[in-house]
Design a protein around this ligand. Structure first.
Ligand code: AQP
Length: 333
């Protein structure tokens, strides 16, 4: 059975974009695969985090994943920092990857922006850590959005160079599992920016811990334009906020965008937003309720993550021990 590695950064509270673009697919994948689900806190600190908030968000996102249907009994759910094998292998990969390769990473360019000299070196070597996350488990499938394809190619380049330099065939090739129906959800305040945990405005996203009233209010306040909804998708091209809300409604109700437009063509945003809020509440409010119930038992939640970390380490430690032996380190005590 192919092993799958998936990660989510506890840089805030998981939102509708994380749900439609990733988590709901992870829930489906666990039926047919062995899955390793990781709260990637090492990745989170590549940009500044408040320590208390990071701890809280790690638990909150663990609760969200379970509330969404991730099964921590049959699958592995843990926080990355609890398994030092990730950092150990990442260091080896820092020494395998070439500066020229990292210089080509478009996500680094996007995240660093004009401030390239001032961002952390962690942000720069983020893709090496991501490669280590996957290779530490000999995982061969990674469900990712199209924006992560380049990082996976890099993870394969690193594995290939490692295997070549040390004359081994130790790390397998990784295949991206790019799910065709994966939705890209944009900010409620700006339809050209993706919905993001770290956006300073909570009004820009539907968090999976939001209650019904909050969801309804955020949708009512979501940015739109003055035109009614058109009857074909091409007419939404220059209307990013309208396109985002229609896409959101299509994704959450399991319809295509043309089908949604057929239903709402000519309608104003008032009635459409009401229907959208209803559909979102029907889906998200039960997740939010289950999350809050889990968060009322933090000791239980932490014990789930610790058990997950022990199971993760049982897979990753022998693989990373062997990688260290291959590069010439003496055995660990
Ligand atoms: N807006 C989105 N639409 C669809 N999918 C999304 N994902 C994130 N945002 C959207 C997918 O969620 C998974 C986990 O994401 P992540 O936490 O590892 O990283 P991210 O993409 O950086 O998510 P955020 O919310 O934007 O966090 P910050 O603000 O910290 O950067 C990934 O599969 C991602 O594609």
């Amino acid at each position: 059975m192919a092993r799958i590695f998936s990660g989510i950064q506890p840089t805030g509270i998981a939102h509708l974009g994380n749900y439609l673009g990733a988590i709901q697919n992870w829930v489906k994948l666990q039926a047919q695969h062995e899955c390793v689900f990781c709260l990637v806190d090492l990745h989170a600190i590549t940009v500044a985090q408040d320590p208390a908030a990071l701890r809280a968000q790690t638990l909150q996102n663990a609760a969200i994943l379970i509330a969404c249907g991730i099964n921590p009994e049959t699958q592995i759910l843990f926080h990355q920092s609890a398994v030092p094998a990730h950092a150990r292998l990442a260091w080896i990969f820092n020494c395998v990857a070439r500066v020229g390769w990292l210089n080509r990473m478009t996500q680094f360019k996007d995240k660093a922006g004009k401030d390239r000299e001032a961002v952390s070196t962690g942000l720069y070597v983020y893709p090496n850590l991501m490669a280590a996350d996957i290779h530490a488990y000999h995982a061969t499938l990674v469900p990712v959005g199209d924006d992560q394809r380049q990082h996976l190619e890099l993870a394969n380049d690193i594995a290939e160079k490692f295997n070549h330099d040390y004359a081994v065939s130790f790390f397998p090739r990784i295949e991206p599992l790019i799910l065709a129906e994966t939705a890209r959800v944009m900010s409620l305040r700006d339809g050209t920016k993706k919905m993001s945990k770290s956006d300073p405005s909570a009004q820009s996203r539907i968090e999976l811990t939001d209650d019904a009233d909050t969801i309804a209010l955020k949708i009512r306040r979501a940015k739109t334009d003055a035109e009614p909804l058109p009857d074909h998708v091409a007419a939404l091209q220059a209307r990013p906020e309208a396109a985002n809300l229609v896409g959101m409604y299509a994704a959450i109700t399991g319809q295509t965008m043309p089908a949604v437009l057929q239903q709402f063509a000519g309608a104003g945003f008032g009635p459409f937003k009401e229907k959208l809020a209803e559909a979102l509440i029907a889906h998200i409010a039960p997740i939010s309720k289950a999350t809050h119930e889990l968060l009322a038992e933090p000791v239980y939640l932490e014990s789930i993550l610790q058990a997950g970390a022990r199971r993760a380490a049982a897979i990753a430690n022998p693989i990373v021990d062997e990688a260290e032996r291959i590069v010439g380190f003496l055995a660990r005590a």
